[in-house]
Design a protein around this ligand. Structure first.
Ligand SMILES: [Zn+2]
Length: 436
C-alpha cells in the first residue's frame, strides 16, 4: 500500500523542515518533496502535523503490564523474589499474548514504533506484534542459576526459535541471558557462540543495583562488566540494560567492546538503584539508548515521559543544566537505537524504513510555534500523538488504532488478569468494589 503524508513539518536529526510531502512505498520512504498534488492508496493531510521518526524503546518486558501496580515501593531483589518471580511461574501463553498486545497499544499511543523485549512465550509476543503491526525485537529470558542442564535446554530452545523466526522483517529474535548474576558462565559463553553463529543481538541486564555490583566484587574480585569482559562475552552485539553501577574502567570497557547501553531512568530511580553516568558515557562515545523497562517497575511504557526524565536526571546528577541537550536525548531514542539494531530506522530520510509518528501541533503542549524539539522532549505527552505509521502501514490514525479492536483487547486483558491473579492466590490485589 502506498501512503502519502501531505504538507507536513518534518523533524530531521538536527532541524525542522516545513511544507514537505512524504511518499511511502513498500514500507520505505521513497521521496520527500515540496509537491502537494499526488496520488496514493492512503493520503494523510499533514497540516499542523510534525512528522518525527518513530521512537524506539530499547529495553522492556511488554507483558509485565499484567503486574502494573502489583508491588511498588520495594527493593529490587525482594521485589523479584517475593512478588514477581512467584506469579510469573503461573503464566500461561494467552496471558502473555493479551498483556503484550495491551502494551503495544500503550507504546503506539505514545509514539513508539519499535521495541526490544525480553520475556517468556515468544510465540505469543511474536503473534501480538504481528497482529497490531509493531516492529519488535523479541527474546525469551534465560536464567539457569548455575544449572548446566537447564542451560543446555535454553540453548536448544534458542536454536529452534532462531530457525522459526529467521525470515521475518518486522519481528526479529534476539538472545537474552537475563543477567550475569542469574546466568552461569557456561550459559553466557554458549549464548555468545550462538549469537556469533547466527548473527544475532544479545539483550541482557547489567550492573543494575549496588547489591549486584558488590556481589561480583566480593565473589570474583571484578565488577560485573569486568567479569563479562574477562569471559569475552562483550561485543557490538550486546545491548546492556541499566549499567547504573559503573567505574571509569567499566566505561572504557563498554566503549572498547562497542557495547550499547540502555538507560532506564524511571525504573532505576523507582527502585532506588541510582542515576547512571550517561553524560560521561556519551562523552566517551559509548552508544546509549533509552528504555522504559517493564510496567511493573516504571509503571508505564511511555518514551516521551522517559526522554524528559533522561534529560532532567542527568542535569541533576552533574549539577549542570548544560549536560545533555534536547537533540542528544532525541538521538538516544531514535538513531542510537537504529545503529545497534543495524536498521535504516530512526530518521526521516529517503531510502529509510517508514516508521513515522505525526505529532499534532494544535495541542497546547506543542505551543508556541517555536522550539518544537524542546516541546517534544520537555512538554509533549500521548495526547499530542495523532498518527503512527510502521513499516509503511498506517497503524493509528487520528488516535484510533486501525489494526486491532482496542475494546476487545481491554476485555480480554481484564479476563487474563483475573485468571492469573486467582491462580496465584493474589485475588486480594484485584479491585473489590464495596457493596452499598
Ligand atoms: Zn528489565
Amino acid at each position: 500500500m502506498d501512503v502519502v503524508i501531505k504538507n507536513c513539518y518534518v523533524l530531521t536529526n538536527n532541524r525542522v523542515l516545513k511544507n514537505k510531502t512524504i511518499h511511502i512505498e513498500d514500507g520505505v520512504i521513497k521521496r520527500i518533496t515540496e509537491k502537494v498534488e499526488c496520488e496514493a492508496d492512503f493520503v494523510i493531510d499533514g497540516k499542523n502535523m510534525l512528522a518525527i521518526p518513530g521512537l524506539i524503546n530499547m529495553h522492556t518486558h511488554a507483558a509485565m503490564t499484567l503486574f502494573r501496580g502489583l508491588a511498588d515501593d520495594m527493593n529490587l531483589m525482594k521485589w523479584l523474589q517475593e512478588e514477581i518471580w512467584p506469579i510469573e511461574k503461573n503464566l500461561k501463553p494467552h496471558h502473555v499474548y493479551y498483556s503484550t498486545l495491551l502494551a503495544t497499544i500503550e507504546m503506539i499511543k505514545s509514539g513508539t514504533t519499535c521495541f526490544n523485549d525480553m520475556y517468556f512465550y515468544i510465540d505469543q509476543i511474536y503473534r501480538a506484534c504481528r497482529d497490531i503491526g509493531i516492529r519488535g525485537y523479541i527474546s525469551f529470558a534465560m536464567f539457569d542459576f548455575g544449572d548446566e542442564n537447564k542451560a543446555k535446554e535454553y540453548i536448544k530452545e534458542a536454536e529452534s526459535s532462531i530457525k522459526k523466526f529467521s525470515n521475518d522483517s518486522l519481528v526479529k529474535i534476539t538472545l537474552a541471558p537475563h543477567a550475569p548474576y542469574t546466568c552461569s558462565e557456561y550459559l553466557l559463553r554458549r549464548t555468545k557462540e550462538l549469537a556469533d553463529r547466527y548473527d544475532l543481538l544479545i539483550h541482557t541486564h547489567l550492573s543494575e543495583s549496588r547489591d549486584e555490583f558488590k556481589k561480583f566484587l566480593d565473589e570474583k574480585g571484578k565488577t560485573p562488566i569486568e567479569y563479562l569482559n574477562s569471559i569475552e562475552f562483550l561485543s557490538d552485539r550486546v545491548i546492556a540494560a541499566h549499567c547504573v553501577w559503573v567505574t571509569n574502567k567499566d566505561i572504557s570497557i563498554l566503549k572498547d567492546r562497542n557495547v550499547t547501553v540502555v538507560h532506564n531512568p524511571v525504573s532505576n530511580i523507582k527502585l532506588a538503584n541510582g542515576i547512571a553516568r550517561i553524560y560521561e558515557m556519551l562523552r566517551e562515545n559509548v552508544n546509549v539508548c533509552i528504555g522504559t523497562d517493564g510496567a511493573a517497575s516504571n509503571n508505564n511504557l511511555n518514551l516521551l515521559e522517559e526522554m524528559k526524565f533522561v534529560a532532567l536526571l542527568q542535569k541533576h546528577r552533574y549539577r549542570n543544566p548544560e549536560v545533555l541537550n534536547v537533540w542528544d536525548v532525541f538521538r538516544m531514542a531514535t538513531i542510537n537505537a537504529a545503529r545497534v539494531l543495524r536498521e535504516n530506522l530512526g530518521i526521516i530520510k529517503e531510502g529509510y524504513k517508514a516508521d513515522i509518528v505525526l505529532i499534532n501541533l494544535k495541542n497546547t503542549r506543542m505551543m508556541p510555534f517555536t522550539n518544537l524539539i524542546s516541546h517534544l522532549i520537555y512538554s509533549a505527552d500521548s495526547s499530542c500523538i495523532d498518527t503512527v505509521i510502521i513499516d509503511g502501514k498506517v497503524i493509528m490514525l487520528n488516535q484510533k488504532i486501525l489494526t486491532i479492536n482496542e475494546e476487545y483487547v481491554y476485555e480480554k486483558f481484564k479476563e487474563v488478569v483475573m485468571d492469573l491473579y486467582e491462580i496465584s492466590n493474589k485475588k486480594d490485589k484485584l479491585l473489590n468494589f464495596a457493596e452499598i
